[in-house]
Design a protein around this ligand. Structure first.
Ligand SMILES: Nc1ncnc2c1ncn2[C@@H]1O[C@H](COP(=O)(O)OP(=O)(O)OP(=O)(O)O)[C@@H](O)[C@H]1O
Ligand SMILES: Nc1ncnc2c1ncn2[C@@H]1O[C@H](COP(=O)(O)OP(=O)(O)OP(=O)(O)O)[C@@H](O)[C@H]1O
Ligand SMILES: [Mg+2]
Ligand SMILES: [Mg+2]
Lengths: 251, 251
């Protein structure tokens, strides 16, 4: 099982949208996919139509061996471990526990033979949640909104992943996907060019266009493949899935 | 001095953009404005062209009486208290200090006769930074991106402000400003209508349109009034400033 942590300290860059729709793209190519909502806001859980559940991610962080009780079927043919209101408190309490950074990594071991991919949606911060995700992950996938303020966040992520590589996870790879790209604006082109120059070989060829369909789909609790199968959003996330699967053949 | 905390747990909804440009709009109407960067990412500081400073907000949280040393002139005719790399650590250490939620409120007392408005840019989370801002503030100003995932965040902010009203700040008012509104999409209209129904009397009449100029301006370290004075972004933020000043006459 390949584990991707979808992460960025910058808010609103498309972390949740990428987790949901890359997941759906991987399913459409025959992969078994688990998505995990590590954000106390619960945007991922809402986006795939999962509400009011009994066991959730906070239970898993407290008792990693219970992980199978917190897995639910959801949109897009995926399974999800949802967030609940208690997640924010549990994340704060982690520091009093044994091996706090390893809780999620430990839990995912119990299901590593059941899925081909696990995608973790992170909150827009660099606290315990993100440390847990980067410790468990093979790849830190950073969505880069093609705007100036999001470009600034790239330096932070590089710093953090280096820190994780030096401590809990030496094999962590960093990858960047451009999102909300509007080819009509010079600004978006400038930002994309700058990111490719700054991070040679780390930015995927596939670029996700800005399209309102991607903002509408979560209101229906659907993936873009279900909500608008013949749209640019669907084509882009399926292309990203193909590119990622191709690269992972080498690992 | 009126203190506004610009806050939302949801990322990328326009907190930083609103702090910068509402501030500039207030200056254009003759007000003296201080803006404060409470986000360790430092988006606000970068947006107004302030880099590599000596004393910053983390020093103020440690020693509130030093606040005047951390004030710098910036774009838009404003003054700014910038963030620095040490802010994330200082925010974590706050819980070991005396009256951790009051540090910013205490500091702002030293300058309350020098400014008409203080606007605080918050990070996309509900930790110590946001608690400090809401304890110090007269108004919690929540930018609402006109999209489904941002609408979900409104319930959280209402809950938090009620908790702050019951503990440290009984007079805290909640206000919402619609941002990134694209009148051509049904989705934006639906979200705006739902927000006005859910929060009668709390959503400003002024709506900030989606315009690429607002994403370009921070790359130049300028406010929208300086970067594109004859643009929809400038008109909208000036209208918001007028609406806010009008309402504050009653307080
Ligand atoms: N390519 C796209 N085109 C248009 N809208 C998009 C696109 N990707 C995401 N969105 C919308 O932009 C907003 C931000 O995206 P999203 O919530 O996925 O970002 P995030 O990084 O997960 O945010 P947060 O930091 O709050 O977790 C959402 O309303 C989403 O529906
Ligand atoms: N009305 C608007 N029209 C177009 N783009 C906008 C508008 N307002 C903000 N933006 C852009 O959208 C992105 C998100 O805005 P901003 O960074 O201000 O949000 P934020 O809530 O402060 O994000 P964070 O949660 O990371 O602090 C930025 O690239 C900004 O330039
Ligand atoms: Mg998200
Ligand atoms: Mg911001």
């Amino acid at each position: 099982m390949m584990i991707y942590a979808v992460t960025s300290q910058k808010g609103g860059v498309g972390k949740t949208t990428t987790t949901v729709n890359l997941g759906a793209g991987l399913v459409s190519q025959g992969k078994r996919v688990l998505i995990i909502d590590l954000d106390p806001q619960g945007s991922l859980s809402a986006s795939v139509g999962v509400h009011l559940i009994k066991t959730s991610l906070s239970d898993v962080l407290l008792n990693p061996e219970w992980i199978k009780n917190a897995i639910y079927p959801c949109s897009g043919g995926m399974n999800v471990i949802p967030a609940s209101a208690s997640l924010a408190n549990v994340l704060l309490e982690l520091s009093d526990m044994e091996a706090p950074a390893w809780r999620l990594a430990q839990a995912l071991r119990y299901v590593s033979n059941l899925y081909d991919y696990a995608l973790i949606d992170c909150p827009p911060s660099l606290g315990h949640a993100t440390t847990n995700a980067l410790t468990a992950a093979n790849v830190a996938l950073v969505p880069l909104q093609c705007e100036f303020l999001s470009l600034r966040g790239l330096a932070d992520v590089q710093e953090i992943s280096r820190a994780i590589q030096d401590t809990t996870n030496p094999d962590l790879r960093l990858r960047v996907v451009a999102t909300m790209y509007d080819k009509r604006t010079i600004h978006a082109n400038d930002v994309l060019r700058e990111a490719r120059l700054a991070l040679p070989g780390l930015v995927y060829e596939t670029v996700i266009p800005r399209t309102i369909r991607l903002a509408e789909a979560p209101a229906m609790g659907k993936t873009i493949l279900e909500y608008a199968p013949d749209s640019n959003g669907t084509y882009a996330y399926c292309a990203l899935a193909t590119e990622i699967m191709e690269e992972d053949k080498g690992y």
